[in-house]
Design a protein around this ligand. Structure first.
Ligand SMILES: [Mn+2]
Length: 405
């Protein structure tokens, strides 16, 4: 059985008011070619197909154009798509009766038994076949919200853990080789290095520990974290990552899809990288240094793939208001588009460099709780930040994070 695992397409993503859809269409074309070239049996898309619950018509067209193209080119290809936190599960499922005729299976939401609110786990089971006719079972799990999940067994279990525990138990006696899909934040996921600093887990509370429930699957295809990686030190439990860099933090990482070969219960997963035509570039330095660097950009009219530029001023004091216009003036006529501008004092940078081996110290500068606490103390004559506000802030941050990813 040969699978391709991908996730977090975020079709229609707007990035500093720049549409990334042209680049995403290039990815979908590349994906279609890759599926043909590798003669794949099944494509798994583990959530966040679209960037919003009400995607634009252009984003939807890109999606359906891809499905049309690939099902024409590979009529036997089986496709399984689940909803992520960015998708509307119901919207994704709307055309599912029609798409089923094309071997496209969509699971967007969890259905409960209306009388007692129990979950029939068979709703997630999608049989897949390899070319030799061997049957596999794909458990397609969309992004889970608390009310999707069964009751927890004890206080230390999260509701998502309860769901995956029951799921594994339900299919324990099924002798087929099982593949699982999920859109979640697995504990132990690598977020702590400098490149992932935009993604800070809050109190380590939200990561779910599912290693013990994943042991019965020959492969687990995960979405939600945009950086490709293995999870729980298992080669067969993976995040594919997003196919394009969705933040400046991710710009130096490889983007692509995972190709998974399963043979006799043995799984070999390899990364197939996609080289996006659009580059995210970050310029750091004093205002003068940045302007000199920007002058090195080629003079050419911008198109849909012109690089997006982040400007990070590192100086003793913030740049004068005129700096913004100077940047605009230099960029005019050059092959680049403006993204974010930030300021970092040299003192902060010195601190960051001296503590670079300690991710927690690196996180330090960004910790919103601390900023809030400092601001609260400033406004309340040094009074301590009350616990209930701390908790409220944590909740708000968690919600915000769910939107971000
Ligand atoms: Mn995502």
């Amino acid at each position: 059985m040969r699978l391709v695992h991908t996730a977090d397409w975020h079709l229609g993503l707007d990035f500093y008011e720049i549409s990334r859809l042209p680049e995403q269409i290039v990815f979908l074309d590349w994906l279609a070619d890759t599926l043909c070239r590798l003669d794949v049996d099944a494509l798994l898309v583990a959530g966040d197909v679209f960037n919003t619950i009400a995607p634009s018509t252009l984003a939807q067209r890109a999606y359906f154009d891809f499905l049309t193209r690939i099902t024409r080119a590979l009529p036997k290809l089986q496709i399984v798509i689940t909803a992520g936190n960015h998708d509307s599960g119901a919207r994704l499922e709307a055309p599912s009766a029609l798409l089923k005729n094309l071997n496209i299976h969509i699971k967007g939401s969890v259905e409960h038994n209306p009388s007692d609110y129990t979950i029939d786990y068979n709703q997630f089971a999608i049989p897949l076949k390899d070319r030799a006719g061997n049957e596999y079972l794909c458990l397609a799990i969309p992004f889970l919200r608390a009310n999707d999940c069964p009751p927890c067994q004890n206080e230390s279990e999260s509701c998502i853990e309860a769901f995956y525990r029951e799921l594994a138990a339900h299919f324990a006696t099924d002798s087929r080789q099982k593949i699982c899909m999920g859109h979640l934040y697995a504990s132990g996921t690598s977020l702590s290095d400098a490149k992932d600093i935009e993604y800070i887990p809050i109190g380590g509370l939200e990561g779910v520990s599912l290693a013990q429930y994943f042991t019965s699957y020959v492969y687990v295809a995960l979405g939600h974290i945009h950086r490709q990686q293995c999870v729980y030190s298992a080669d067969n439990v993976r995040y594919s990552g997003a196919p394009i860099a969705t933040t400046f933090v991710h710009r130096e990482q490889a983007q692509g899809v995972i190709v998974v070969d399963i043979d006799d219960g043995k799984t070999i997963a390899t990364f197939e990288s996609f080289d996006s035509p659009l580059k995210l570039i970050k310029y750091s330095g004093t205002p003068t240094e940045i302007l000199v660097q920007l002058q090195g950009l080629p003079e050419r009219a911008v198109d849909d793939f012109a690089p997006i530029i982040a400007v990070e001023v590192v100086d003793e004091t913030p740049p004068p208001p005129s700096f913004k216009q100077e940047v605009e003036a230099v960029l005019k006529g050059r092959y680049a588009r403006r993204g974010p501008s930030t300021f970092k004092s040299s003192a902060q940078l010195t601190q960051e460099l001296s503590t670079v081996s300690q991710p927690s110290a690196l996180d330090h500068r960004y910790e919103p709780e601390e900023i809030a606490e400092r601001e609260y103390q400033k406004r309340n004559n040094g009074a301590g930040f009350p616990e209930h506000l701390k908790r409220l802030l944590q909740e708000a941050m968690e919600e915000a994070r769910q939107c971000e990813y």
